[in-house]
Unconditional design. Sequence first.
Length: 343
Amino acid sequence: MLGFTEEARAFTHWLRRLSYANGEDLQIMYGIRGERDLSERELFHLSGYQDSRPVRVGNGAAEQKQMDVFGEVLDCIHIYRREGCFERYGETLEGPLWAMMSTLVEHVCAHWQDADSGIWEVRGGLHHFVYSKVMCWVALDRGIRAAEQLYLEADLPRWRLMRDQIRTDILAHGYNTSLGAFTQSYGSDALDASNLVLPLVGFISPNDPRMRSTVDRTIELLTDENGFVFRYLSEDGLNGSEGTFSICTFWLIDNLAMQGRLDEARSLFERLLSYAGRLGLFSEEIDSHNNSALGNYPQAFTHIALINSAVNLQRAQMRLAEHRTDPVMAAIKLQDRHNRHGK
């Protein structure tokens, strides 16, 4: 999106080189050279930062079922294609990459109803996480769009039917009418900040009453005194407590901007920017008690979210300026945009 297309191209080539026999053989995580063995072990002779034991290498989450990953990968390829990167490099989506995309879509078709460990890699058992289901919808949606627009071989009638079934299932079981919010998992009354991503991936309009109420409940029940967002407050099978997750606060900023609540969005954005370290870098979390940095540092996800929020704020500001300049034309353009996206 920012023009770093060589990096994006390198990632699509990395995807092509992954070794797997079929969809069932796919892992949710690999080493940077495509390594499949990421066995986790503790290093007992190390105390960690400020005695933050245990120190681990590897990642036991590599053995988990995380259904959201497939939507993440397909959405990444979708954005790469949308930005015209294939044409720029004289490449096509056909061949190994489309074969992999089709395999991912078919894997989701077969397993979207499975419980999983979710985006946060919880170790407290498998659940039907709303975010995981939404990203399964994303996987189908992005595969369908590619096949439709590029006339690629696919079982489109079945894929479309499956996409509709997933959406219906999420709206029926993932929104708690008593709470007035999308919840962490089916049948739960716990909030989860990952649901702030729903309008960002096009699953639901940011102005849908269900999404507006989810944002309001998140602000009310899942933030600290600074307005920074915890990813969740429910039991996850891990010891200890944690701070607010900066990526989640940026997701809240995105939602506020998309809902036209620009003053709130910009105020929260600037407040969070003030918590960068001396080098302008961000950690994974912020300790809500003493405002210190916690977790991975620097955290790539946090910086990606920062960039996205800056772009979303700019776009929201431009929409507001356009509306103020010519409200009639702005309304016509907005309606045209909705029509083209089938909303």
